[in-house]
Design a binder for this molecule. Structure first.
Ligand code: NAD
Ligand code: MG
Length: 398
């Protein structure tokens, strides 16, 4: 029996994780569930899974949860704040890191530093602090397993012992697949007026709103490019993005002999979650068989650089190194929040990112504090630009 903490259990990945865990009560016991402020849903999850701990990031929400648990007569202990998140992240045999954004960095690192088995959905943590993060993994002996479907696919296509970097393993290229999101075929002229709900209506995946917007701009693929470089010790030049609208091939690895290995499956996050939970064993995830005959065809195309400038910005940040990725990630979090709040047009997202990137100096992040300072500075600069009308270059009519 292994104990599991689910960071971000009320989110899309969190709920899928609980769905898989509920299928295997003989293997896994939930130690802790956490959320930002969604009391009602966390309460429901606590009633179902009876964990030892429940953590709310928000202190008021923690108090409400505690009162509700008291009424239910449940013994689950309620903790709050980042400290509570870090405590439960470090305490379980397995920690699912499924908080969205930079807020997930410290709790995820706490699990890594405790040498746990860490299931990484929170790609922003690696994008922000990849070097320090991977050093911590090496130091603590933590087992880091990717949940992002593409990275989980790449992991499955690489040799089991991935020590020494992919080049030494005979890898020629990593082919990172991308669905192209909801706007792959929309006229460029109409992109200026797209709404948050249109951007969040992903054709193949049902996900949280932040990653859904990232998929629409293809910043998600950009963040995943950076994530792949850290996870698999690969230079950005070895990672090629291929648009594959059906999201059935989750990514591929090409070897020097010309072999290309791919991992395929229905687009359902329970597959990578179950893979990582049980690794190196296999367990049922609840996902049905892939019906290739019903699928009929699999298409591939190159990403359109004019439609998806965020992909170029992410590649530039990956190549620049230093704090560039942390700056890009922080600016993107501000931009996506402003877009969801209808304060920024969809096509202005890459413009804001580019403006922030050009104004924040990228130094080599020696410490976590340096990464956090770069993150904070990028957020300040982004907010300043947003607050000053006319500071963002005018939207070109495309
Ligand atoms: P979501 O918005 O559905 O859920 C986010 C979770 O994090 C919630 O439980 C929320 O309460 C918690 N949270 C939010 N802000 C927090 C804060 N400041 N402090 C503590 N907790 C906070 O997001 P999601 O779609 O489940 O994505 C989670 C992570 O997984 C993201 O990093 C995303 O990029 C990654 N991911 C998601 C998918 C997917 O299919 N949804 C696929 C691949 C990777
Ligand atoms: Mg992905």
């Amino acid at each position: 029996m292994q104990s599991v903490t689910v960071l971000g259990s009320t989110g899309s990945i969190g709920k899928s994780t609980l769905d898989v865990l509920a299928r295997h009560p003989e293997r896994y016991q939930v130690l802790a569930l956490t959320a930002n402020s969604q009391v009602a849903l966390l309460l429901q999850q606590v009633i179902q899974f009876q964990p030892q701990f429940a953590v709310m990031r928000d202190a008021d929400a923690a108090q409400q949860l505690e009162n509700a648990l008291c009424r239910e007569g449940l013994a689950t202990q309620v903790l709050s704040g980042e400290e509570g998140l870090c405590q439960v992240a470090a305490a379980a045999d397995i920690t699912m890191a499924a908080i969205v954004g930079a807020a997930g960095l410290l709790p995820t690192l706490a699990a890594v530093e405790a040498g746990r088995k860490v299931l990484l959905a929170n790609k922003e943590a690696l994008v922000m602090a990849g070097g320090l993060f991977m050093q911590a993994v090496a130091r603590s002996g933590a087992t880091l397993l990717p949940i992002d479907s593409e990275h989980n696919a790449i992991f499955q296509c690489l040799p089991t012992d991935n020590g020494g970097g992919v080049r030494e393993q005979g890898v020629r290229r990593i082919l990172l697949t991308a669905s192209g999101g909801p706007f792959r075929n929309r006229s460029l002229a109409s992109l200026a007026a797209v709404t948050p709900d249109e951007a969040c209506a992903h054709p193949n995946w049902s996900m949280g709103r932040k990653i859904s917007v990232d998929s629409a701009t293809m910043m998600n693929k950009g963040l995943e490019l950076i994530e792949a470089c850290w996870l698999f010790d690969t230079p950005p030049a070895l990672v090629e993005v291929v648009v594959h609208p059906q999201s059935v091939v989750h990514s591929m690895v090409e070897y020097v002999d010309g072999s290309v290995l791919a991992q395929l499956g229905n687009p359902d996050m329970r597959t990578p979650i179950a893979h990582a939970l049980a690794w190196p064993e296999r367990i049922d995830s609840g996902v049905g068989s892939l019906d290739l005959i019903a699928q009929g065809r699999l298409d591939f195309e190159a990403p359109d650089p004019q439609r998806f400038p965020c992909l170029r910005l992410a590649r530039e940040a990956a190549e620049a190194g230093g704090c560039a990725s942390a700056v890009l990630n922080a600016a993107n979090e501000v931009a996506v929040a402003a877009f969801l709040d209808e304060q920024l047009a969809f096509v202005e997202i890459p413009r804001l990112l580019e403006a922030v990137m050009s104004r924040v100096e990228s130094v080599e992040p020696e410490t976590l504090e340096a990464v956090q300072a770069a993150d904070a500075q990028a957020r300040r600069v982004a907010q300043d630009i947003l607050a000053t009308p006319g500071r963002l270059p005018a939207t070109e009519r495309q």
